[in-house]
Design a protein around this ligand. Structure first.
Ligand SMILES: N[C@@H](CCC(=O)N[C@@H](CS)C(=O)NCC(=O)O)C(=O)O
Length: 209
């Protein structure tokens, strides 16, 4: 069997989602650096795989797939376990809503927070942008904290793709420097549960860079 090839630098949050999912599904893969300081993404060869010139891209034989959430759904469907992305349509829709929420509601505020505290060179960081984004991320984590009351994972007893996409955001948020975070006890307990998963500690729960 040809191993899967994952293109993307290891410190990209969207690459990390795929790396973690690959560990959860137990599929062999090879990761190749691309993006930011590694370049590659503007080459004609890479643009044939992913015309966006972004990472991640997963190559599985003749299939080249981009968009991290499409990729992890593909991995769950192909390799299982079924609990990762439930087949029952209601249960699946509950996971889907968090995957859309993660991209459409959390990402637009976590992105400026991360860039203006960690990713941009210090001279280019704007503390006012970071401060506003921090408040907005707190509002969103408060919602997650309330939702997690009485639940081990985002959608109940079983670990799903919703935990992967939000778990990647949670690690970043909990380690952004320079802010005093509210204590969200349900969110903290869930984060500690995620830290028991080898894919999380290997690929996501790492120093921010
Ligand atoms: N919605 C896309 C976003 C892809 C994206 O913007 N990736 C970022 C990294 S998280 C990227 O390619 N940045 C430019 C680079 O690394 O060169 C996904 O989830 O895959």
């Amino acid at each position: 069997m040809t191993d899967l090839i994952l293109w993307g630098r290891a410190n990209s949050i969207n690459v990390q989602k795929v790396l973690w999912a690959l560990v959860e599904v137990g599929a062999p893969f090879e990761r190749r650096d691309a993006g930011m300081e590694f370049g590659v993404v503007d080459t004609p060869e890479y643009r044939k795989l992913n015309p966006n010139g972004r990472v991640p891209t997963l190559v599985d034989g003749d299939l080249a797939l981009w968009e991290s959430h499409a990729i992890i759904r593909y991995l769950a469907a192909k390799f299982g376990p079924a609990s990762l992305y439930p087949e029952e349509i209601g249960a699946r829709a509950l996971v889907d809503r968090w995957m859309f929420w993660s991209m459409g509601t959390m990402h637009p505020v976590e992105f400026p927070l991360f860039f203006h505290t960690v990713r941009l060179p210090p001279a280019e960081r704007d503390p006012a942008i970071a401060a506003k984004a921090f408040v907005e991320t707190c509002e969103r984590w408060a919602l997650i904290d309330a939702h997690l009351a009485g639940r081990d994972f985002i959608e109940g007893d079983a670990f799903t793709l919703a935990d992967i996409v939000l778990g990647c955001s949670a690690h970043r948020w909990r380690h952004i420097p320079g802010f005093e975070r509210p204590d969200f006890p349900n969110m903290r307990a869930w984060y500690e549960r995620l830290l028991k998963r080898p894919g999380y500690t290997a690929h996501v729960a790492l120093p921010l860079s």
